[in-house]
Design a protein around this ligand. Sequence first.
Ligand code: PGA
Length: 240
Amino acid sequence: MYFIANWKMFGVLNTLNTLHKFIKFFRKFKKKRFAKIIYCPPNTLIRPMSKKLKNISIEVGAQNCHENENYGSFTGSVNSKMLKSVGAKYIILGHSENRQSGDTDKLINMKIKSALKANLKIIFCIGETISEKRKKATKRVLEKQIKLGLKSIKNKKQILIAYEPVWSIGSGIIPKNKDLSETVNFIKRKFKNNKVLYGGSVNSKNIDQLKLVKNIDGYLIGGASQDTKKFIDIIKKTYN
Ligand code: PGA
């Protein structure tokens, strides 16, 4: 199972002190060989965080990048090569917060290609909005996001899919188990061997319900991952 912490635009250098608690827990965690932990902090913390996690099997990822694989005159931007060079092994791409601020399917496709070239593993986010859900367009929307986002990418081995319904992110609302299981199956039918994760308001309370959806391979966790105790609780309860 994957447990991916998406810190979004939260955290300063001091915040990394909270990692000690997590490291302590994870060292002793009996089920650790079943759990893959990836922390995705803001870019400013990738380097110091990967140093802190050096001696433990926890990896670090980035949250977005510029689509250009080369260096260039793009003020304020960072490309995937640069993220790799400071310790990122993964990158979240296609997150709905970035889609909302202008990342089109085409741009996401370019970003994924550049990140694959830089040897990063991709956490590719897809998901429908509430109005699309109401129109029963979920499958059609996901299909389109997958088709365009992964266009002309042949080797999909390094790609994890994160199904994140937009209406669930940060809202405290999660899909019904039956719907979730069905959507995850739908996505899995399109990929032979890729892991499919769920994201959107995963917390230490609803994890007992979510873990009953057996075809999910892990979680992309925003808010609750910024609180070490809650993050630990989610992991523990998943295996209880
Ligand atoms: P949330 O965020 O857990 O705070 O809903 C999830 C995400 O945006 O990846």
